[in-house]
Design a protein around this ligand. Structure first.
Ligand code: PRP
Length: 182
């Protein structure tokens, strides 16, 4: 049976204030690096949309946006590397400076898949910004160009991240624990 919110306890790992400060810094850095160009931000659904909404408002150069919907096969908490596209891009990325926006970089399977799939369409450049990086869990040797926070190997929810599609609305990034383990 699906666990419900009442079966869980939360501990704040990254507060909304910490996130807000770091997102502002990332926006400044991205604007500086892409000055004179118009980066095309591609948010990976569903987890990235909260982060992306905040991030674009901290980038003071022109940007365009699109979204790519993907899902991992299977219902486990660890991605298998088998990824399926559920919503394709709306516009061509050929010749564009594409910046993939992710909520979390974990094993790296998803980013490797995205690199392979998007490179075929010949973007001018292809980079990744990830709010969270669980570097200790990397299976595929990929890295993000911009990282908000490196975090330990704990299950996090909130600020777009889910557990069984719940908790995406939480303003803080929280560690989820079963009540039995509190
Ligand atoms: C998360 C996240 C990345 C992926 C990273 O998506 O948004 O796309 O996992 O994991 P990896 O580096 O191990 O491949 P998730 O499957 O939780 O879907 P969601 O974004 O719809 O919540």
């Amino acid at each position: 049976m699906t666990e419900r919110i009442t079966d869980q306890a939360m501990k704040v790992l990254l507060s909304r204030e910490q996130i807000s400060r770091r997102v502002s810094e990332l926006g400044l850095e991205i604007a500086k690096d892409y000055r004179g160009r118009t980066p095309h931000l591609v948010g990976i659904l569903k987890g990235a949309w909260v982060f992306m909404a905040d991030l674009i408002r901290q980038i003071d150069i022109d940007v365009t946006v699109d979204f790519l919907g993907i899902t991992s096969y299977g219902a486990g908490v660890q991605s298998s590397g088998e990824v399926k596209i559920t919503k394709d891009l709306d516009v061509s990325i050929e010749g564009r400076d594409v910046l993939i926006v992710e909520d979390i970089l974990d094993t790296g399977h998803t980013f490797k898949f995205l690199q392979e799939v998007l490179s075929v369409h010949q973007p001018r450049s292809l980079r990744l910004v990830a709010l969270l990086d669980k570097a200790s869990r990397r299976v595929v040797p990929v890295r993000a160009d911009y990282v908000g926070f490196e975090i330990p190997d704990v299950f996090v929810v909130g600020y777009g991240l889910d557990f069984n599609q719940q908790y995406r609305q939480l303003p803080d990034v929280c560690v989820l624990r079963s009540r039995s383990s509190v």
